[in-house]
Design a protein around this ligand. Structure first.
Ligand code: FAD
Length: 466
């Protein structure tokens, strides 16, 4: 018996069936996938205190991945299932040099094109290090050959001039297209000083975001929406799933586990099994009656989750037409944190722009506390400081605050798991929160493998002993 038909639960059912086990998944909702949700015209977003209906035009391109959106190139298990299940993939752009970085506290509040800041940062670092080497400050560490090689590399790295100075570089781009009709590209932009760029943490973090192992190019996304992944998994295990089965009680028994759930008519129903794999997110699990050990109960109750919030709008593609931004992410040091441009459907009339993606922290909590219309108003006000066109062009706003979504009650686990990694008698635990890749579907899959190993080991040991 498996509780929850998210990626962890469905992986468990799929692989345990392949191993010869007979499995049933109890799933509270009318479809599988859990957090893997793609919102299209007419879809409803339920939160514990509000309900929104998506007003996007009916169009295959106009979808909003409210949860997972990107897949790292080395998330090999998820990618393997995508290959096996025929889920078509395309490129997801994290790092677009034409997207913008914006802080109200820097450069007069004017958004900066990423390529310029990146070129200036590399140039500034390369010049500083070259100076240190040329002034023999690193002679203790470097031989004469090392120094020559590194100076040559730094010239390329930072686009330094012949004297190892960072002057100006075409890498930073040009001011505009003012030289139409001539053979000149215009003046080079004057470089920003490194000291000016690193005035606060905002730039440091944003400039290196896509260096992270799970965020490096090439990133991928399913064509047509992330729920293609959920639907593909669901097709494999659909006969194992009991939908609209809301688990209300989980008990260890002498030889296995007993679960009580409300069926689709609300009737309490009991199910017994040799093993139970619980993939219900911890904030929900904490509200379900159980007889887990005190240590398991304590870890479930204390498990922290991110308060992720996303807000999407339908809009004419002004970012492409006016600013040559094709996919990727702009960052702002306001609560809304990120603006995402669609990575597909270029040059079509409308697109879905994510006006705010807040991972966690005070901004996440603040936005979670707002009602849907307040979130839209606040997002438009802040996003307009980056793109003035957001006011007027962005419409049909729809938001999701994961801490308020029934059966989820959080974005992703942020605590370190320990007790829940061990079974409580015949009850095993899985879900992204118990993996080393929290907040990733790959983590949900890995957690399922870990639980399956536990069940199989238990059976092998029992048969050896028996
Ligand atoms: C905003 C956001 C962005 C993300 N971005 C990415 C990304 O870019 N790439 C990526 O790979 N991952 C991303 N993730 C993470 C990814 O969505 C999760 O890691 C993964 O989907 C979790 O799967 P799961 O099976 O562990 O949990 P869930 O998907 O939460 O599944 C749990 C299931 O349990 C069910 N359930 C709950 N309570 C009960 C009950 N009482 N009775 C019966 N069933 C119940 C739920 O309905 C649900 O179906 C993101 C998540 C969020 C929220």
């Amino acid at each position: 018996m498996i509780l929850g038909a998210g990626i962890a639960g469905m992986t468990t059912a799929l692989e345990m069936t392949r191993l010869g086990y007979s499995c049933t998944i109890l799933e509270a909702q009318t479809s599988a996938g859990g957090r893997v949700r793609t919102i299209r015209s007419g879809d409803v977003v339920d939160e514990i205190d509000s309900m929104q209906t998506c007003q996007f035009d009916v169009d295959d391109d106009l979808y909003f991945n409210a949860g997972p959106s990107r897949i790292a190139q080395h998330h090999e298990f998820l990618l393997g299932y995508c290959r096996d299940f025929g889920v078509e993939l395309e490129t997801f752009t994290n790092d677009n040099r034409g997207a913008w970085l914006h802080s109200p506290n820097a450069f007069g509040g004017q958004p900066q094109v990423a390529r310029r800041l990146i070129a200036d940062t590399r140039g500034g670092i390369a010049e500083l290090l070259s100076t240190a080497i040329s002034q023999n400050a690193l002679d203790g560490e470097l031989t004469a050959t090392d120094k020559a090689n590194i100076l040559a590399m730094l010239q390329q790295y930072g686009d330094l001039d012949i004297n190892n100075n960072y002057a100006a570089t075409p890498r930073a781009g040009f001011p505009g297209q003012e030289n139409v009709g001539s053979r000149q590209r215009g003046e080079l932009l004057s470089p920003r000083q490194l000291q000016q760029i690193v005035t606060d943490f905002f730039w440091e973090f944003r400039l290196s975001f896509s260096q992270g192992f799970d965020q490096q190019p090439t990133m991928l996304q399913p064509v047509g929406g992330m729920d293609r992944v959920a639907r593909a998994f669901e097709a494999q295990v659909v006969n194992n799933i009991v939908y609209q089965a809301v688990v209300t009680e989980i008990r260890k028994t002498e030889n296995g586990a007993r679960v009580v759930y409300a069926d689709r008519f609300g009737t309490p129903t009991t199910m017994d099994a040799d093993y139970c794999v619980v993939t219900i997110p911890a904030p929900v699990l904490a509200t379900i009656a159980n007889n887990f050990s005190a240590a398991h109960q304590a870890e479930v109750a204390g498990f922290q989750y991110s308060s992720a919030v996303r807000i999407a709008f339908q809009s004419p593609r002004f970012w492409e037409q006016d600013h040559n931004i094709y996919g990727g992410i702009s960052w702002t040091d306001q609560d809304i944190t990120q603006i995402w441009y669609p990575n597909y459907g270029f040059h079509r009339t409308n697109g879905i722009i994510i006006g705010a993606y807040i991972f966690d922290g005070p901004s996440g909590a603040a936005f979670t506390g707002l009602g849907p219309q307040q979130r839209i108003d606040t997002t438009l006000a802040q996003a307009s400081n980056v793109h003035a066109q957001m006011t007027g062009l962005a419409m049909h706003g729809i938001s999701i605050a994961w801490s308020k979504v029934p059966f989820q009650m959080g974005g992703w686990g942020t605590s370190d798991a320990s007790v829940l990694l061990a079974a409580d008698d015949n009850i095993f635990f899985a879900g992204e929160h118990l993996s080393l890749l929290q907040g990733w579907q790959e983590g949900a899959i890995q957690s399922a493998y870990f639980a399956i190993d536990g069940v199989v080991d238990r059976d092998v040991n029992a048969s050896l002993l028996g």
